[in-house]
Design a protein around this ligand. Sequence first.
Ligand code: DX5
Ligand code: ZN
Length: 218
Amino acid sequence: MIQIAPSLLSADFSRLDEEVKAITDAGADLLHLDVMDGSFVPNITFGAPIIKAIRPSSKILFDVHLMIDEPIRYLDDFIKAGADIISFHVEATDRVRETLLYIKERGVKAALAIKPHTDPHVLDQYIDIVDMILIMTVEPGFGGQSLIPEALENARYAKKLILQSGRDILLEADGGIKSSNADTVVKAGVDILVAGSAVFGASDYEKAIKDIRISALS
Ligand code: DX5
Ligand code: ZN
């Protein structure tokens, strides 16, 4: 079953509690939370205090996407804030295995993210411990960009690797996903579709999620 993870980045930040409740009621499977530090990516969003503040608004799974340098420094904060899944970038640290283990040992799912132009072979050496792989289909930093079709090659490679491993590893894609291309993304082997502007930018969240699901099934 394909899962939809709307990205809060495109929500109305002046009404976060209502937005989280609305997206939960609209049938989202996870809530994707984009944390940016203005260093790993050229944009700043929010950190653990905001995630902690909206945690009581919904029981939905919190899928935290860290776009920050040396993420291990802040893991305790995000875990305490209520993250269910934590993704960090392979490009952001030399301590990848240590960071994955740190997350897993604290009962949170650990995911490794790669940017669109990163060689996906880097994933090989971590396939024995990752719980999820996040394939970026845009350059991280901003919502509302167009999907880079070549990045789907990375998803195909990751899917092959996951199947070979025999492990239960989720594959998520993030960036530029909407109802007009969700089918292509799913055909590349993706299980979780992140969608920011396509959902929070729509007037009817339930319909927007449904449209993506219908496309994903076709
Ligand atoms: C980009 C973020 C994405 C973004 C997706 O750096 O990681 O999660 O919010 O937004 P859309 O779906 O609008 O591309
Ligand atoms: Zn994201």
